[in-house]
Each structure stands twice: as C-alpha cells, then as structure tokens.
Design a protein around this ligand. Structure first.
Ligand code: NAI
Ligand code: MG
Length: 376
C-alpha cells in the first residue's frame, strides 16, 4: 500500500483546545499516520494581540494543507472584545468575527457532519444502541445572514407587494420589526442531501430522514423536500430509504425511539438544534465531534468550546477530539486507520477503567490518550 504524506493544519486555539489537541496527537502518533502537522494560529489570543483571530498566515497554511484539525476558541461579546484588545489596537474600528464561521464561508464547507454513537459502556448514554449521523447544511437557511432591523422601506414595499401575509404587520413601525430571511437554494439542498445519501451508502445505513416542516414553511422546506425525493431516487436501487419527519415531531421521536433512525439531514438552524440533542443522547460535549466539509477542504473539531475554567488542567475529556480525528481519517480515505482508531476508543470506553470527570471518573486527559494509544 502507498503511504501518502499528509499535510494537516493543526489549530489548538484557546483554553482546553490545547489540552485535547495534545491528547489527540498522542493517539495519532500511535496510529503512525504519515503526516506533517503544521501548527496554525487561531483564536482569542491573536484577536487580543493582533486584532485578528484568524491571521492571514493561518489562511495560507490552510490553503496548502489537505485538511485541518481544530481544538476550540474563546469568543466574547462586542464590548469585551474591544476592551481586551492591545492598547495600540483599540478605537480602530476592528470587529471580531468568528473564525470558524469565516472558515466555513471561505472554503465553502457546506456539510456539517455529526455522528452520534452510543459506545457500549459509556455511563452517559441516554440509551444503548443509538447510532445517528446528522448532516446539517452549513451555509444557507436561516443562518445565511440576510437580516433586517429596522426593515428598510424598499425591502418592506417589495414584501408587501408580493406577499399578502405582510398585511398582518401593516400597522407596525419598521423600527419595531425585524426580519431574517430563510434562504434555501436548489444547489444547497441538493448537495447536502446527496452527501447524506452517499454517506448512508458507504457506511451501511438503510435510512436517511429529512427533517423539515413543509406543511408550514411551504416554500423553503417544500423545496428541500422536493429535492430530497429526487435525490432519493438515485439511491433506491441501493436499498436506502428516504423518511420524512417534521422538526417538532422529530424532537419527540428522537427521545422516544432514537435507535430507529440512521442518517438525518436538515437545513442550518434545524440542524444546529438536532445535532445538540443527538450529541446529548450519547454523552454530551465530551463525545461530540464534527466535520465541516466542502468539496476540496475540511475542518474537523470537537464541538465544545474552550471551557476556560478547565484550561491547562489536564482534566477534560478528549474523546470528542479523538472522534474528530477519526472523521478526518475517514475523509482522507484512511478507512482502516479510522476504524482502528474508533475500535481503540470503543474498547477503552467499554472497559470503563479510564474515565474522565464528566464520565464519573478521575482520569486525566492524558491518561485517556495513553489508554487509547495503548489499544493501538
Ligand atoms: P464550553 O463548551 O467551553 O464549556 C461548557 C462546559 O461544558 C464546561 O465548563 C465543562 O463543564 C463542559 N465541557 C466542555 N468540554 C468538555 C470536555 N471536553 N470534557 C468535559 N467537559 C467539557 O462552553 P462555554 O463555557 O459556553 O464557552 C466557553 C468559551 O468557548 C466561550 O468563549 C465560547 O464562546 C467558546 N465556544 C467555542 C466553541 C468552538 O470553538 N467551536 C463552541 C462553543 C463555545
Ligand atoms: Mg450549536
């Protein structure tokens, strides 16, 4: 077999991002992945010292890498962001923007992938046998950023001219009204649903459930539904079924019968909600990994934040980051290494001897890393 040298951008970020990434490295080294890990600056520290949480030198590294592994960053509201800037940078009108949101836009990372599996022996499992994979559209929908307040006159007039539903608001002042547009495109819907079906095919899932609300959001959820039915036809011969569920009802079904579902696909806001629920069904922040994936590039991360109160304490659970690296190996096409890594993680969880505080144990971040590496 050919041993490819990968270039992987290594972005620990802030706080416990450093703890979990150091641990992830121990496990990657035990796997002997033929890779060069290139450290790249990102996060609050660089906002404070340079006024830029995602420096251009980092973007250059990302552009010449196969993909990136990212820890976590700190972010704070506007006033605090300004106040924490180095004195020489204050008052210059610098605006903090979320680096991860910018990376999603810059590299068109339209898929947010979040597998949520109940590993046997995890004391935090809501129930055994859960194996869900959430595909959240990452670039449009209600998070497209098309928002108005106050509502400009021309926007208002255009809406009133083309929608009779606007009559209900005719007496409201434009300043007393805010509008967020939910933008769904055929291209956006098609590519996320197709990725979900492809994943189901490659990983042996028999159903893809579209989670929308087409009976009320007739146009946007309606378009998602029509596109999903079309895409599903291409996969019918492979025995993968499309199921359709409304977002509200699905919140009940996922709590009642989470084992019945496989791959889930949905638009941006619904996906944000669904993926947090699913993560909590299988152990919460210490277990929740995600991939932000485009056609050319991808960034993998644990979904938790920088948890400042635990920073540098060698205490938090690194499994979410181990699983993020597993997703990365899958995406790189290193399926055998990905499977070995997942099996090692599963074995340590099943044994139950090494558990971090969130799992009810007292093991450290590094003890978890050494236990998993030991299985390799
Ligand atoms: P957080 O996810 O950092 O931590 C919340 C709590 O969850 C922690 O205090 C801890 O009790 C628990 N926790 C988190 N990760 C854990 C792990 N690996 N093992 C065990 N327990 C864990 O969220 P919080 O406190 O709301 O935000 C802290 C900072 O992180 C903020 O500046 C926030 O903006 C940022 N943030 C960054 C994210 C990212 O980088 N993707 C995502 C979420 C928040
Ligand atoms: Mg979220």
């Amino acid at each position: 077999m050919e041993h490819k040298l990968y270039k992987i951008a290594w972005m620990p970020g802030d706080g416990i991002g450093n703890d979990v990434m150091d641990a992830a490295r121990v496990v990657l080294d035990a796997l002997k992945l033929n890779a060069e890990y290139v450290r790249a600056d990102i996060g609050w520290e660089f906002w404070r010292s340079e006024g830029e949480a995602l420096p251009s030198r980092t973007i250059d590294i990302l552009k010449s890498s196969h993909c990136a592994l990212f820890g976590a960053i700190t972010s704070k509201p506007k006033e605090e962001a300004e106040a924490e800037l180095a004195p020489n940078l204050r008052g210059k009108g610098l605006v903090y923007r979320s680096p991860i949101v910018r990376l999603r836009q810059m590299f068109d990372l339209y898929t947010n992938l979040r597998p949520c599996k109940a590993y046997r022996g995890n004391p935090l499992n809501y129930r055994d046998g859960i194996d869900l994979v959430v595909f959240r559209e990452n670039t449009e929908g209600l998070y497209a950023g098309v928002e108005f307040h106050p509502v400009p006159d021309d926007v208002r007039r255009a809406l009133e001219a083309s929608s009779s539903a606007m009559r209900a608001f005719k007496d409201i002042a434009s300043d007393d009204m805010a509008i967020t547009a939910r933008v769904i495109t055929r291209r956006g819907a098609e590519r996320i649903v197709r990725r979900a079906f492809e994943y189901a095919g490659e990983h042996g899932y028999k159903t893809v459930t579209l989670i929308e609300k087409p009976n009320v959001l007739r146009e946007t959820s309606g378009l998602m539904t029509r596109v999903a039915r079309q895409v599903a036809q291409d996969f019918a011969s492979r025995g993968i079924e499309l199921w359709e569920a409304n977002i509200d009802a699905m919140m009940m079904w996922l709590v009642k019968n989470p084992q019945q579902y496989g791959v889930l696909v949905t638009s941006n806001l619904f996906g944000d909600v669904v993926s947090d629920l699913c993560a909590q069904l299988v152990g919460g922040l210490g277990f929740a990994a995600s991939g932000n994936i485009g056609d050319q590039f991808a960034v993998f991360e644990p979904t938790h934040g920088s948890a400042p109160k635990y920073a540098g304490q060698n205490k938090v659970n690194p499994i979410a980051t181990f699983l993020a690296a597993k997703l990365m190996l899958d995406w790189l096409g290193e399926r055998a290494k990905a499977a070995r890594r997942e099996n090692a993680i599963a074995a340590v969880i099943a044994e139950g001897r090494v558990r971090t505080y969130d799992m009810g144990g007292q093991s450290t971040t590094m003890e978890m890393a050494e236990a998993v590496a030991g299985k390799l």
